[in-house]
Design a protein around this ligand. Structure first.
Ligand SMILES: Cc1ncc(COP(=O)(O)O)c(C=O)c1O
Length: 437
């Protein structure tokens, strides 16, 4: 007999047994709010999972999805095409900075990262530098859960159960430095020199063995680590010096999350060779991701006989018509409502509100950039994450959805958030942080 008591769903990144004792169930969503199964409204303080940047239930997106599923429910993109995939790629390329002009579609951030890593390795190989096989990630990096992503990723909890991972991977040190940078507003002043560790890694392995360096421009899932001033530029310079590709994982930072610009690359003035994105590309409605390559990366593949498949890679659902329709309608929604600019305009208010939590019990650091904030709490002895979990759980019951990772409480609301809602998020969090042991 199949189970009928809701025991079948093995929940991702969840304490399954704990959840079953105290379930948190969402049944509807509109604008800034979720509705729970007991009819409560919960203010979405984390854009679902860093993805619903335009807020929930946006009519243009919903209608595009409905129309497309009734018109072209599926079409293959292996040796076949459909107009929506070409249009969506054009639109994404137009939004991406510089000559990031070539969009390889997939279905998630994890796949976008694996695609980016594979493109980087293949790029060197097709150019006759096939010895460049090493990939350099960073401690505390999160690049999804594929084998490529966890190999370059730097969260031990996500790696330790899964064997030896990819070989030939090394890691830069992470950039968190609470001692020097605590309670910085925006980008921390100290830490650009940490990029110089790439020189040491090059000295150890030799540049001729290194394919790519991959970082999140702002590390999100590890607990909101904005890059030190000058750090990303320094990484770019060292990559250029040694012919190493630079990959930005913008799965969280893409589509206006950092305010003002569509991507962090533009905001921080550093152009990667490949940019991975997902989440906000469809406002979270339909799974989609993409690895976006610059002209020189793409051009390296467009050689040899025209009948040859240049990149033997792809997913059944690469460029799925419904996802493409959702992406186009999402980009229209962002543009119509100037949501990236809006995020930039309201970010100072958001910054002020989160930094008002400074001085509360347990708060050892507050970090923010754009519409992202991380509030780091001191850990309880022998129970890392317990205090932040309690804040997260209490917040949900008081009508606010936030995220936690370790003992960092993360806030990353839809870009449509109003000032009064910002007050509500941080006012509620302040009350809870006061109350928790
Ligand atoms: C920076 C980054 N990369 C990759 C991923 C993985 O995305 P997905 O869960 O869609 O596979 C995430 C997800 O949070 C992310 O934050």
């Amino acid at each position: 007999m199949p189970p009928t008591n809701h025991d079948a769903f093995w929940m991702p990144f969840t304490a399954n047994r704990q959840f079953r004792k105290t379930p948190r169930m969402l049944v509807a969503a509109d604008g800034m709010y979720y509705t729970t199964d007991d009819g409560r409204k919960v203010l979405d303080g984390c854009a679902g999972l860093w993805c619903v940047n335009a807020g929930h239930n946006r009519p243009r997106i919903t209608q595009a999805v409905q129309k497309t599923i009734a018109t072209l429910d599926f079409a293959p993109t292996f040796q076949m095409g459909h107009p929506l995939a070409f249009e969506a790629a054009d639109r994404i390329a137009a939004l991406a900075p510089g000559d990031l002009n070539h969009v390889f579609f997939c279905n998630s951030g994890s796949e976008a990262m694996d695609s980016a890593l594979k493109i980087a390795l293949a790029y060197h190989r097709v150019r006759g530098e096939g010895a460049r096989t090493r990939l350099i990630g960073r401690e505390r990096g999160y690049h999804g859960v594929g084998f490529g992503g966890i190999s370059v990723g730097g969260l031990s909890g996500n790696r330790k159960l899964y064997g030896s991972l990819l070989t030939g991977v090394d890691h830069l040190p992470h950039t968190l430095d609470i001692e020097r940078n605590a309670f910085t507003r925006g980008l921390p002043a100290h830490g650009a020199e940490l990029a110089d560790n790439l020189e040491r890694i090059v000295a150890l392995h030799d540049a001729s063995t290194i394919a790519a360096v991959v970082v999140e421009p702002m590390a999100g899932s590890t607990g909101v680590l904005p890059p030190p001033v000058g750090y990303l530029k320094r990484l770019r310079e060292i990559c250029d010096k040694y012919g190493i590709l630079l990959i930005f994982d913008e799965v969280i930072t893409g589509f206006g999350r950092l305010g003002g610009t569509p991507f962090a690359a533009e905001k921080f003035g550093v152009l990667p060779d490949i940019l991975a994105c997902a989440k906000g590309v469809t406002n979270g409605t339909i799974p989609m991701g993409a690895a976006i390559a610059r002209d020189h990366v793409h051009a390296a593949f467009m050689t040899g006989p025209e009948t040859g498949i240049e990149l033997p890679h792809g997913y059944t659902y690469s460029g799925h018509p419904v996802a493409c329709a959702a992406a186009i309608a999402t980009l229209d929604t962002y543009a119509e409502e100037n949501l990236f600019e809006r995020a930039g305009d309201i970010a100072p208010y958001f910054e002020e509100a989160v930094h008002a939590l400074r001085g509360l019990p347990h708060v050892i650091d507050i970090r923010n950039v754009g519409l992202v904030a991380g509030i780091e709490l001191a850990s309880r002895p022998g129970a890392v994450g317990a205090r932040a979990y309690e804040v997260f759980d209490r917040a949900f019951h008081k009508g606010i959805l936030v995220r936690y990772t370790g003992d960092v409480v993360a806030v990353s609301p839809p870009l449509i958030i109003e000032k009064s809602q910002i007050d509500q998020v941080f006012g509620t969090l302040a009350d809870i942080i006061h109350a928790v042991e």
